[in-house]
Design a protein around this ligand. Structure first.
Ligand SMILES: *[C@@H]1O[C@H](CO)[C@@H](O)[C@H](O)[C@H]1NC(C)=O
Ligand SMILES: *[C@@H]1O[C@H](CO)[C@@H](O)[C@H](O)[C@H]1NC(C)=O
Ligand SMILES: *[C@@H]1O[C@H](CO)[C@@H](O)[C@H](O)[C@H]1NC(C)=O
Ligand SMILES: *[C@@H]1O[C@H](CO)[C@@H](O)[C@H](O)[C@H]1NC(C)=O
Ligand SMILES: *[C@@H]1O[C@H](CO)[C@@H](O)[C@H](O)[C@H]1NC(C)=O
Ligand SMILES: *[C@@H]1O[C@H](CO)[C@@H](O)[C@H](O)[C@H]1NC(C)=O
Ligand SMILES: *[C@@H]1O[C@H](CO)[C@@H](O)[C@H](O)[C@H]1NC(C)=O
Ligand SMILES: *[C@@H]1O[C@H](CO)[C@@H](O)[C@H](O)[C@H]1NC(C)=O
Ligand SMILES: *[C@@H]1O[C@H](CO)[C@@H](O)[C@H](O)[C@H]1NC(C)=O
Ligand SMILES: *[C@@H]1O[C@H](CO)[C@@H](O)[C@H](O)[C@H]1NC(C)=O
Ligand SMILES: *[C@@H]1O[C@H](CO)[C@@H](O)[C@H](O)[C@H]1NC(C)=O
Ligand SMILES: *[C@@H]1O[C@H](CO)[C@@H](O)[C@H](O)[C@H]1NC(C)=O
Length: 723
């Protein structure tokens, strides 16, 4: 696994060298299509560029105030894109259907655009779109995916400085081209439509609305911006995992689409760029199958993280803003610059970074041999970090973690005010990063009880291995801090509900919300215990956000805790919530809900955690994956020759945990077809039970068809040896 970078560079050199002649790529392009009605997603990549095209066409049952006909093109380079929102000319929503049809000349749904010239070649995709009745292009947005998301997810925000720059050109043979020069004054995005058949001309009534007769049109979407170099399926996977390419192409193709030589992307189409947490959770869950070594997936992911560390305070970056939107944000601050911007509002990301470093540089045999070379590299991505080495940046991050965890870990410091909290002025800070995701809480359970102590354990092992030459002391100190967090944080989040109260709360939840499903309260046969989402929540009458959740998975996956009383009781309640059906527990036929507000005892929880909420009663693929791997790791401790935890020897408990593990896998297996989606919701049908539906059916926050961390089932599989 040595020559990836060389191979990738060679591919680029070849493309550039041959550009002016035939611009042929050495390898065949990759194309795949994913259907997720009302969305169909088309992917195209070759050595020149990569693109995703999403076609939305309303279904008879769609909510027509949020689902309309839309053509969207997304490019990883610059997190760029173009969108065209259509409406039926007759004004009757739902009466216009759109779809891509294969080209009659190439037979493909998408073909590449490549035109050399200028500093950057013009690249993009072309295809054919069919309208079954006459249509109006109501709104085009050209430039950044972030601009498109501001429109689709926010209160339909549009910026005149961006929208007014769109120029429409009429083609002589019929058809139109829309183009926009970016705020950088260099890049242009173009989206054009031309009728394929005679007699279906486009009438141009005025500058803002374009009218299409029913028929088939060729569309071209392109831009001239520096492109990323994609890692092929062969390049992204470790030698030992190459078999997956044949076995699971439906997962390895999207993995390749989201992997580039200098970063891993979070999801397609909405998060088609760097996201710290997403890439790290994915690396940890796919540890064994990702390619190590120079030019491989591991170093692409870790390099991207270190490049983006805030050198002032050691924070790891959550999200990057690049391309046209970066110029836009710079202008908002009165600066004329195309420099990237980084968002440091997440708190969990800081602790994940050392965990990932330890996973690669200590546990991975190839990574072990790469420490000196890799850490000696200088940062080039964030202009603020110019001159710093990767080692400097890793050291700053570890220093931040040590500093911020010190108050709670210090003698007598185990009080609520010393727990780790969201940053001042931020309402989000970990993976439940929607406005209501933590129920207004400011002290998250996952960060304090799992992610921070695991980060500290990792710093300890990195220091032991000499990773931080100026801080050999961290070997012991970080381990001591970790022990305090492992042992002393859990009880702050404990929720205990008597059997009687539990039955009443769950019955009320179902009746107050008129749910069609049964409360299943006959399943409550004892008192209920769980760990709430966060402290300092919004409720007036309680501090703890009493929402049952799946975040136990972090502790099972990231830590091997040692207080036996605590571990036995903790793993016991996790197993209970997996075995109990929602709304008593978390499990339904469509997966574990990441939140169950039934025990909230304040109506704000059932209003804010619904099946229309991003972090409500919905299923996230990667949470299933981490829970499965986490339980596997804990059960794996029972197979050790010594030091096995007490719960392994408690026969009833051990067998309950095993049942929960297999129950979870049965649910995972039943949902194979949707597992790689980012998140999904449900409807309840009499006789059928819970049925999965796209979250976009209920919410303007549509799910990504593929999310990096939902591809982790490539590596996480049922362990049949656990019986
Ligand atoms: C359709 O979506 C709108 C906007 O989100 C919402 O207010 C409305 O309740 C939805 N209608 C149905 C039938 O779900
Ligand atoms: C029709 O569709 C548009 C655009 O999708 C939407 O804004 C509008 O609310 C819809 N009208 C109705 C009556 O659903
Ligand atoms: C176009 O498709 C929509 C949605 O399927 C349908 O309601 C409409 O009748 C179709 N229009 C024509 C002219 O076929
Ligand atoms: C378009 O072509 C693909 C393969 O190239 C094929 O699988 C698909 O069925 C074709 N679609 C139609 C509508 O013919
Ligand atoms: C782009 O050109 C405009 C008009 O000449 C100028 O005001 C602006 O500063 C330029 N933008 C950048 C990012 O250089
Ligand atoms: C442009 O066309 C739309 C739709 O046909 C119409 O509502 C609007 O008034 C027109 N605008 C101008 C400036 O003519
Ligand atoms: C980096 O951290 C410092 C100190 O917390 C902060 O002032 C600065 O805004 C951060 N940088 C960015 C780009 O957010
Ligand atoms: C950690 O704390 C020390 C001592 O207060 C300080 O010098 C250092 O700058 C801090 N480092 C970070 C990254 O916050
Ligand atoms: C939850 O819902 C209530 C209304 O029921 C609202 O006032 C509150 O702001 C929402 N958000 C949070 C985080 O609790
Ligand atoms: C839960 O209760 C239902 C009846 O409401 C019953 O059919 C089911 O077997 C129970 N499940 C468990 C795990 O106890
Ligand atoms: C283990 O945790 C329990 C609470 O879960 C606590 O009562 C006990 O003191 C702890 N034991 C040790 C050795 O820390
Ligand atoms: C915990 O133990 C299991 C089983 O031995 C192992 O797979 C896992 O890597 C360990 N986790 C940690 C954080 O050391």
């Amino acid at each position: 696994m040595v020559s990836f970078r060389n191979a990738a560079t060679a591919a680029v050199a070849f493309a550039v060298a041959s550009a002016s002649t035939c611009h042929v790529c050495p390898d065949d392009p990759t194309r795949f299509v994913l259907s997720d009605p009302p969305y169909t997603d088309y992917f195209y990549s070759d050595c020149n560029s990569a693109a995703q095209v999403v076609v939305t066409s309303p279904l008879p049952q769609s909510n027509l105030s949020i689902i309309g006909p839309r053509l969207l093109i997304a490019w990883p380079a610059g997190n760029s894109g173009a969108a065209a929102f259509f409406a039926p000319q007759n004004g009757v929503n739902g009466s216009l259907a759109i779809e891509l049809v294969n080209s009659t000349t190439t037979g493909n749904a998408l073909d590449p655009i490549y035109e050399p010239g200028g500093d950057n070649p013009i690249v993009g995709v072309t295809g054919r779109i069919s309208f079954n009745s006459s249509a109006t292009l109501v709104l085009p947005i050209l430039g950044s995916i972030r601009t498109i998301r501001d429109f689709t997810e926010g209160p339909s925000l549009l910026q005149p400085i961006i929208q007014d720059a769109i120029e429409t050109t009429k083609f002589e043979q019929g058809g139109f081209s829309l183009s926009r020069l970016w705020l950088d004054n260099v890049t242009t995005t173009t989206l054009s439509f031309e009728p394929v058949e005679k007699g279906c001309a486009i009438r141009h009534k005025n500058d803002t609305s374009l009218h299409f007769d029913a028929g088939v049109y060729t569309f071209n979407a392109s831009f001239n911006y520096p492109q990323l170099v994609q890692l092929s399926s062969e390049e992204v996977l470790a030698d030992s995992a190459q078999g997956l390419i044949e076995e699971s192409p439906e997962l390895t193709q999207p993995l390749s689409f989201l992997s580039y030589t200098d970063k891993l992307l979070a999801g397609a189409w909405r998060f088609l760029t760097y996201f710290g947490r997403d890439s790290m959770i994915s690396m940890l869950l796919m540890s064994d199958i990702l390619s190590p070594g120079e030019g491989g997936a591991w170093e692409a992911g870790i390099g991207a993280l270190l490049e983006r560390v805030n050198k002032t305070d050691g924070s790891a970056a959550h999200e990057e803003t690049i391309g046209d939107y970066a110029t836009y944000l710079n202008m908002q601050e009165g600066v004329m610059s195309t420099d990237p911007m980084y968002d440091y509002k997440m708190v969990d990301t800081d602790y994940f970074l050392p965990i990932v470093l330890a996973e690669y540089f200590i546990k991975n045999p190839v990574g072990k041999g790469r420490v000196e070379k890799f850490l000696g590299q200088k940062a080039t991505e964030d202009p603020d970090n110019a001159g710093l080495t990767y080692r400097d940046l890793a050291n700053l991050n570890a220093e931040k973690v040590m500093n911020i965890t010190a108050p709670f870990a210090s003698e007598g410091g185990q009080v609520q005010e010393n727990l780790l909290r969201l940053k001042e002025g931020e309402i989000v800070g970990e993976w439940r990063d929607s406005n209501n995701g933590l129920g207004g809480g400011r002290i998250p359970y996952d960060v304090n009880a799992a992610i921070a102590p695991a980060g500290l354990r990792a710093i300890s092992s990195l220091a032991t291995a000499g990773f931080f030459p100026n801080h050999p002391d961290w070997a012991e100190q970080a381990a001591a801090y970790a022990q305090v967090f492992e042992d002393e944080t859990l009880h702050f989040f404990e929720v205990d509900v008597s059997q009687e109260d539990a039955v009443a709360l769950v019955d009320d939840y179902v009746s107050n919300n008129d749910f069609a499903f049964s409360s299943q309260t006959s399943n409550i046969t004892s008192d209920v215990r769980f760990y709430g989402l966060a402290l300092e929540g919004n409720s007036d009458n309680q501090d703890l956000v009493k929402v049952m959740n799946t975040d136990d998975c972090f502790r099972h996956f990231l830590l091997n805790t040692t207080n036996q009383t605590q571990l036995s009781s903790f793993i016991s309640q996790t197993a209970d919530h997996i075995l109990a059906p929602f709304p008593v527990g978390l499990t339904t036929d469509v997966g574990l809900f990441v939140a169950n507000p039934a025990y909230g005892s304040d109506p704000i929880y059932s209003t804010n955690f619904t099946n229309a909420d991003y972090h409500g009663t919905v299923v996230w693929g990667w949470q299933l994956s981490m829970m499965a791997k986490g339980l596997e790791r804990q059960l794996g401790r029972c197979l050790a020759s010594d030091d096995t935890p007490d719960f392994c020897r408690h026969e009833a408990l051990h067998s309950k945990v095993l049942s929960a593990y297999h129950r979870l896998w049965d649910v995972i297996d039943e949902n194979r077809s949707i597992l790689s989606n980012e998140v999904w919701s449900w409807k309840y049908e009499e006789g059928e039970g819970f049925v999965a539906v796209p979250l976009g059916d209920y919410s303007p926050t549509e799910s990504n068809i593929r999310q990096l961390w939902s591809l982790t089932f490539l590596a996480v599989k049922r362990n049949e040896a656990l019986k």
